[in-house]
Design a protein. Structure first.
Length: 341
């Protein structure tokens, strides 16, 4: 596994250095994850790598990614869910359900592979590239599907960062309204932060809190998606509900939820005080590094010809989901109100 894993680490490190070299205004919008995937795609397709590299690529996307997801849970807490208020939480749940249902229906109508449609739907519904990366091993998505979903998610999230502040000012939104809109409808966390603070500091605070609430619900969404795929029976008869539950709750998702619980009840904060190190911050940073390595491995093992075979329809699906969630969010905010400030 060492040759492929070492190359994935090298690509991830290069992607991080390139990303850090960007102006802050650009780097906040275009996350380093996209750099890792694109650089991996370029290297993996420009150079014919020996087959001995493939076990390392698979290890990076499976074992390394699972560890990253467990550590990611430490940066989330159930208090974030409560802090947003009942209106914002209801809007989040409705939009997440709508995005996943629309992705399934529109993807099927357009003939898009079901797993790719699910990844695009999860990226729109929850927390962008992190949700795509976390869901992919549960539904056994192919590398090219993961790469395509990340590219689609990043494209429309970047467009949202530019358009949302312009539209918000044109429509004379207040900070709570804009922050709730950005937090519920923009894809990736970094993009939400960029859009929110581009409008105002208060809107940025609201948008970040709302987005972290979406992130905190990621584990439950992954379990639900896993149960749906287990019930669909990719290669066998339908199974009992209990067996579907066991099939769809991988150990790393349990670890993710456990870490969120430990953070929520203050255990991780107590450990931080005992050892004199902010454990939550350390785990969050480590998770980001490991996700970068994992997705560099995805890019390295993906072939452009496989992505070309998928076609352009997934981008139209991503556009439809982005417009649908954005418009529905505004309607719900109008009738229910925004998050607490």
């Amino acid at each position: 596994m060492l040759p492929g894993l070492a190359l994935a680490v090298l690509v991830a490190l290069t992607a991080r250095l390139l990303h850090h070299a960007l102006p802050a205004s650009v780097g906040t919008v275009v996350g380093e994850v996209l750099f890792a995937v694109v650089l991996g795609l370029v290297v993996g397709n420009a150079v014919r790598l020996p087959e001995s590299f493939r076990p390392g690529f698979r290890f990076s996307f499976h074992a390394v990614l699972r560890i990253a997801i467990v550590l990611l849970g430490a940066s989330l807490s159930f208090q974030q869910v409560v802090a947003t208020g009942g209106n914002a939480l209801l809007i989040i749940v409705v939009l997440m359900s709508l995005a996943l249902a629309a992705a399934t229906f529109l993807g099927r109508a357009a003939g898009i592979p079901s797993k790719l449609a699910t990844l695009i739907g999860v990226g729109t519904a929850v927390c962008g590239n992190s949700a795509i990366a976390a869901t992919a091993p549960v539904i056994r998505a192919r590398d090219e599907e993961v790469s395509f979903a990340i590219a689609t998610n990043t494209l429309f999230g970047t467009v949202a960062v530019i358009l949302y502040p312009i539209l918000g000012r044109a429509l004379h939104f207040d900070d709570a309204t804009f922050g709730t809109w950005a937090g519920t409808a923009v894809n990736d966390t970094s993009q939400v932060v960029a859009a929110g603070f581009a409008f105002s500091e208060a809107a940025g605070d609201v948008a970040t809190t709302v987005k972290l609430t979406r992130n905190a619900l990621m584990g439950f969404v992954i379990v639900g998606v896993g149960m749906a795929y287990a019930g669909a029976g990719d290669s066998g008869p339908r199974v009992s509900v209990w067996k579907r539950v066991r099939q769809s709750i991988p150990v790393f998702v349990i670890g993710f939820l456990l870490m969120a619980l430990l953070h929520s009840v203050g255990v991780l904060d107590a450990i931080s005080r005992a050892v004199g190190v902010n454990v939550v911050t350390w785990m969050r940073d480590a998770s980001r590094v490991l996700i970068l390595i994992a997705l560099a491995g995805v890019g390295l093992s993906t072939r452009f010809d496989a992505m070309r075979r998928i076609g352009w329809k997934p981008f139209l699906l991503g556009l439809a989901l982005a417009v649908l969630t954005s418009a529905t969010s505004l309607v719900l905010i109008h009738f229910l109100g925004g998050a607490r400030t």
